[in-house]
Design a binder for this molecule. Structure first.
Ligand SMILES: [Zn+2]
Length: 127
């Protein structure tokens, strides 16, 4: 991949990272705010708790996404960005443009997803 392309992806990744950090921070502040005004009604409380655990789940996903982006950024520095971690071939530029933090090429990703599905389905069917 050409140098300019890498720089391009780098700014894309950094922008995505900042967006995630901002929204994580916003959610954290919202959560802190709702924490300080706990309703006394038990019904309200349980719905609030559900909201909070959902917020934590979203937060977890964001943290994961941030880690993926940081990983991609360090790959740019190491000069291995855009290379599939399984087969070592180049990941398509279109795929990288849509999700620049991709670790795998489409083929490996699809195979992995298929394998995960089979793993999940076999025990259920075997009962
Ligand atoms: Zn691959």
């Amino acid at each position: 991949m050409k140098r300019e392309k890498k720089v391009d992806f780098k700014s894309l990744l950094v922008t995505n990272l900042h967006k995630l950090q901002l929204s994580a921070r916003r959610k954290f502040l919202e959560l802190k705010q709702s924490d300080s005004q706990l309703p006394t009604d038990p019904l309200d409380r349980s719905s609030l708790e559900t909201n909070q655990s959902m917020a934590f789940m979203i937060h977890d996903r964001e943290r994961l996404a941030m880690r993926e982006i940081e990983n991609a950024l360090s790959k740019i520095d190491q000069g291995v960005f855009g290379i599939c971690e399984i087969c070592g071939c180049e990941i398509g530029k279109e795929r990288l443009r849509v999700s620049p933090a991709s670790r795998l090429c489409v083929r490996c990703q699809e195979r992995l997803e298929r394998e995960e599905k089979t793993r999940r389905f076999i025990p259920a069917n075997a009962v």
